[in-house]
Ligand binder design. Sequence first.
Ligand code: C2E
Ligand code: CA
Ligand code: CA
Length: 601
Amino acid sequence: MDKFEQMISHMTQREYLFIGLSLLLIGFFFYKYFSVKRRNRHKENMLKHLRILQKSFDISKDAMLILSTKNEVIYANKSMIKLFNLDENYLLKVLKNIPEIKVRNTWVVLDTFIGKNRTRLTDTLLTFPHILLKVSDDDEIPINLSMDTISIGKSYTTYYKVISIEDLRKEEGFLTIESRHELTDLPDMKQVFKDLPAFYSKVHLEKNKIALILLKLDNFTRLRSIVGYEESNEVLKKFAKYLTGIAEDLNLSVYHTFDNHFLLTVTKLKSIDAARKLVEDIQLELVTFYKKEDVNLHLTVSAGISIYPDSGPIRKLFDYTYKALAKGEDQGDNRITVFLPEEFAETYDELTLHNYMQRGLDKGEFEVYYQPIIRVENEEVIGAEALIRWKHPQYGMIPPDVFIPLMEKTGFIIKLGQFVLEEVLKQQKRWELFKFKQIEVSINVSMVEIATGEFAEYVEEKLIEHQVNPEIIKFEITEGVAMISESETVKYFIALKKLGVGISLDDFGTGYTSFGYLKKFPADTLKIDKSLVDYILTNEDDQRIVKAMIELGHTLGMKIIVEGIENKKMVEIIASYGCDYMQGYYFDKPLPVFEFQKLLR
Ligand code: C2E
Ligand code: CA
Ligand code: CA
């Protein structure tokens, strides 16, 4: 027996009890000790998390407030303390002088507003963009307001109101200009986009108007070419300084958006005329602004102005200044143009379409249709005219008469023309490989493409690339678009003709082609326009004209196509004049390639 066993064997019952109790007690103390320690640790963790949350709220630029049902302030972050001017001991005090906000022209106390909108306890955030908050008797500020109610625990009777306010003045108030033009040190284009929301929000404060004025030094490029880079930069700097001076006097902001363009943002504007007057003063100043002996050039400035509400919706104001400026530019220097929707309706549509063009081309919205051309003798399909179609995802089918002139104006027609040529060449190759009947395909070409002077060269390249016989390609060109001289046009067409392709004079009879030009022009086909045959059945003058044209064409050794044939009677009468080919709805409308090629089997 060891010592321990000896001891136990001598212990009485009481001693047993005593030791047992002591052990229990020790165990209890240990338990208590660790559980308190655990709870403390838990509490510490909670506090830590709370501090993190609080710090995060304080960092937020938005003002945040948590209220109890009795409007006691449970918490307000730093921005909120500043916004509502709360003192240090705001916690758990009832929010006094609860601010008012303006919703749909009526002022309501923030709290009743929250109450009204709290239809049920929910986590859905209510947001009210661009409303006014009255922070003191004579101070209202534009804000975005969001709010929500949160209930904690099972009982829905206790809940908290959470309010978040975005101060829309903030960019401006302690204005931080982060992005400046390196030459003039004025805020630049990047800064414009940063500041615009705050500027726009002013509308809600003002009974007056707001305006954006885009200024452009008209003849700056000329000046630069005369006096050089350094000196012209000095002129820009001087102009920037002058504008800054005006800005300080009139309380507006100036930006140097790029190069010779500056933007003014104007609030508290009484009328459109006031904006005009502002620019007129600048124009006057410029008369004496730059002087240098032996440089005979005085600077002028043009402006595009957009005004809310006259010009249209706020979000468009910036773009409108550009539209206005561009329109003024067409008319010369020293112009002030205000964007007024009545005067710009057309431009607007045009511009929308223009923006869609490249995207449309990239996304395959353009498709070439084929309209058969028939030989009169035996009504056989001997060719087709390639006609472009634009299936716009929103606007549906846009007719070429709408977008072609626009593309010609913007130069986009060159890209479109390349697309059509490529499509037609690929198609011809496919038809050849699959042994369809061989036909000649006519492609419409714009004078804009010809005027590049590189058209023939481009076509030659493409013919080689696709290995297509030039004899089955023809180009239709409309007479009379005087972009380049007649002699130059003829020169380019001769170069084209040399490739072996066909040339057709389109819309013949609608323009002013002189006989002399017609003789020199290397066309092998004359295409008589639809407008000349529309009334052919009843109008004897038209009958005589068309007949004479066909004869004239034949005299010059050309073949004749008449387009716009819509019925059997037209076929008969025009055939009787000796016309060679016809095209029109009577035979077929322009068709998608799969429909069209059925005719070639
Ligand atoms: P265009 O060259 O005079 O083309 C003939 C137009 O008359 C086509 O209109 C055609 O669909 C239409 N047409 C043909 N037969 C009839 C008929 O019997 N009745 C009626 N009412 N119309 C008929 P579309 O396709 O709308 O093209 C309009 C114009 O757009 C063309 O006039 C052409 O100048 C231009 N265009 C079309 N595709 C292209 C292209 O790929 N490039 C260029 N540069 N212009 C194109
Ligand atoms: Ca044509
Ligand atoms: Ca035509």
